[in-house]
Design a protein around this ligand. Structure first.
Ligand SMILES: [Zn+2]
Length: 366
């Protein structure tokens, strides 16, 4: 019998072999302006911001500050069939031919090293394994600590450090293999999940909710008015935010936009495209660890209410190693049964008491 708040954490060291910085001496000269912007301000030693140190920083943090109730499991390689539910044949063939090579996949951000293709297959397969764990009842929730990330990858195009769309592959696997009809994907990465949006644009069986820093921030998509098309109209929900947005705005968006949408949709599984670049140390948004924990609490409540707790998180971005590892830790604490905080509440009662004290002092003053 699984515990009330059992959490399966998936990690596979094969994802560390995606390392364009180590294998591509030509890379710094090709770095896009947007990547240089990410790098500036982040004190990291890697030339390619999406690097293996991201995963090891998370593992180190979890080792130094263990959380009771986590069960660590290894990942898996995605099958061609799983990848092909989302990506086109010619694209998959093109990616396959890059095995063992160093190359650029697009004109902006995405490169591969000799180990990258297997790493990307493991990233997608690990997201699938995280879904299997909760759909088979092996764990209440799960977290795939994996890379390269996925949410910018389109059906026939690699973008934004992403080769395969891990969350979309996991969602379509849940539908095809576990027979689920309605899957919710929540994307709280600071960047818009353009790839996930594209894949499910006309699909009413997947509700896609994406809160992100709005255009012209990368990738520039995700406008409020973009709500899907055809049968999928209304099943894409974008919430673009200005720079500096923090906990209270995010929580308000979740409570007032996500919660009613989910109550109407009644998902059977919830996936989170969990990026941590909305943290104040990272990319000009202002979400804190408390904020990520509070968002997790809201999502967990939705999962409890609609789909017997089935909740799988899949790592997306997050480039500042301290806030990335701290953010993942904060989410896992709540998944494992920790009480989510109410950010912004600390000190309010004291201020009210102090205001009352000073009001009476002024009143007594003749
Ligand atoms: Zn991001």
């Amino acid at each position: 019998m699984i515990g009330e708040r059992s959490v399966a954490v998936f990690y596979d060291e094969r994802v560390l072999e995606h390392r364009p910085d180590a294998e591509s001496p030509f890379l710094p000269g090709r770095l896009d302006r947007r990547v240089r912007e990410i790098l500036s301000g982040l004190t990291i030693k890697w030339a390619y911001p999406e690097h293996p140190g991201r995963i090891t920083a998370i593992c180190d943090r979890l080792q130094q500050h263990p959380i009771a109730g986590l069960e660590f499991r290894s990942g898996a390689v995605a099958s061609r069939e799983q990848l092909a539910r989302v990506h086109g044949t010619s694209y998959l063939n093109r990616i396959d031919r890059l095995r063992g090579q160093s190359a650029w996949l697009d004109t902006d951000t995405t490169a591969v090293s000799p180990g990258s293709i297997e790493a990307a297959e493991v990233a997608a397969g690990t997201a699938v394994a995280a879904v299997d764990a909760v759909c088979n009842g092996e764990a209440r929730s799960s977290f795939a600590l994996t890379r390269p990330p996925g949410h910018h990858a389109e059906p026939v195009r690699a973008r934004g450090f992403c080769l395969f769309n891990n969350a979309a592959i996991a969602a379509t696997h849940a539908q095809a293999v576990h027979g689920l009809e309605r899957v919710l994907i929540i994307d709280w990465d600071a960047h818009h999940g353009n790839g996930t949006q594209d894949i499910f644009w006309a699909d009413p069986s997947v509700l896609f909710f994406d809160i992100h820093r709005g255009a012209p921030f990368y990738p520039g998509s995700g406008a409020l008015e973009d709500v899907g098309a055809g049968l999928g109209e209304g099943y894409t929900v974008n919430v673009p935010m200005p720079a500096g947005s923090g906990n209270l705005a995010y929580i308000k968006a979740f409570n007032e936009i996500l919660v009613p949408a989910v109550d109407a949709f009644r998902p059977e599984l919830i996936l989170v495209s969990a990026g941590f670049d909305a943290h104040r140390l990272d990319l000009a948004l202002n979400v804190s660890y408390e904020g990520f924990a509070a968002l997790t609490g809201i999502v967990q409540g939705l999962a409890d209410q609609h789909c017997p707790g089935r909740l799988a998180c899949i790592l997306e971005g997050g480039y500042h190693l301290e806030s990335l590892s701290g953010g993942v830790h904060a989410v896992l604490e709540v998944l494992a049964g920790g009480v989510p905080p109410e950010p912004g509440v600390t000190g309010l009662r004291e201020v009210e008491a102090a205001a009352e004290f000073h009001r009476s002092a002024f009143r007594d003053d003749p």
